[in-house]
Design a protein around this ligand. Structure first.
Ligand code: KIV
Length: 280
């Protein structure tokens, strides 16, 4: 049975009803189809694609054009999930006008339903401007990978009273600025719980424990397709890298031994046609 298209109202209803929101990343058509068919609520075209599929060392080099290219492919594979495009570093910091223009590209060119921005106080203006332009915004607080050098590395955020209160304050400000939900990345579980209880909008945990209204993971991490490092908060449901490597080794050995291609993988012509061919 065809699933109905997920809208922001459905995500709000889930928070109200105490049901969990499910979210995963996708960067291309086949993965979008798998994730959407499995019934995920939200697909994020995360700028994590820079590290996971483009091989950069961080998300900083990712460009708007790269994000739009991948978002378009994901759109083509997405039927029912709510689709969010991640705004890359420096696409929303220079001016509110540029932020609105770039956010608009995700909707107009790639067919996304919403965009995501990293940061707190420093992005309140851009967030408000994008929301005022009619584009739904997902916030992102705690560990914000685009500004990891400022944070001093990939570290858990909000571990003391002062920094935890700062995240809470920024979450409340993002809510007032019009965000429809907020990702909390690498925040202690009980801090995320307090924030979740104080906000009317849903919180989505990315390494922020079980008390948030939803959970998000990078699909390549949970499927074991990206093995450069596996964060503590990731549960690996499969090891696709090693399954794929085994299959490829088998293919190499089949080709080398002549086992592949077998008759069932081979096109033939009728004997009489072959005879005619040989006569020439
Ligand atoms: O880029 C990304 O994939 C993300 C999520 C993991 C939240 O920002």
């Amino acid at each position: 049975m065809e699933r109905k298209k997920i809208m922001i109202g459905d995500l709000r209803a889930k928070k109200r009803e105490g049901k969990k929101i499910t979210m995963l990343t996708a960067y291309d058509y086949p993965m979008a189809r798998i994730v959407d068919d499995a019934g995920i609520d939200v697909i994020l075209v995360g700028d994590s694609l820079g590290m996971v599929v483009l091989g950069y060392d961080s998300t900083v080099p990712v460009t708007m054009d790269e994000m739009i290219h991948h978002s378009k492919a994901v759109r083509r594979g997405t039927r029912s999930s709510f689709l969010i495009g991640d705004m890359p570093f420096m696409s929303y910091q220079v001016s509110k006008e540029e932020a609105v223009r770039n956010a608009g590209r995700f909707l107009k060119e790639a067919g996304c339903d919403a965009v995501k921005l990293e940061g707190g106080d420093e992005v309140i203006g851009a967030t408000r401007a994008i929301v005022d332009a009619g584009i739904p915004v997902l916030g992102h607080l705690g560990l914000t990978p685009q500004t990891v050098s400022k944070l001093g590395g990939y570290k858990v955020q909000g571990k003391d009273r002062e920094s935890a209160l700062k995240i809470l304050d920024q979450a409340l400000r993002l809510e007032s600025a019009g965000c429809f939900a907020i990702v909390l990345e690498c925040v202690p579980d009980k801090v995320a719980k307090i924030i979740t209880e104080r906000l009317k909008i849903p919180t989505i945990s990315c390494g922020a424990g079980p008390y948030c209204d939803g959970q998000v993971l990078v699909t390549y991490d949970m499927l074991g397709l990206f093995d450069k490092f596996v964060p503590k908060f990731v549960k690996q449901y499969l090891n696709v890298s090693s399954l794929a490597k085994d299959a490829i080794e088998k293919y190499i050995s089949d080709v080398e031994s002549g086992k592949f291609p077998a008759p069932e993988h081979t096109f033939t012509i009728k004997d009489e046609e072959l005879k005619k061919l040989k006569k020439k």
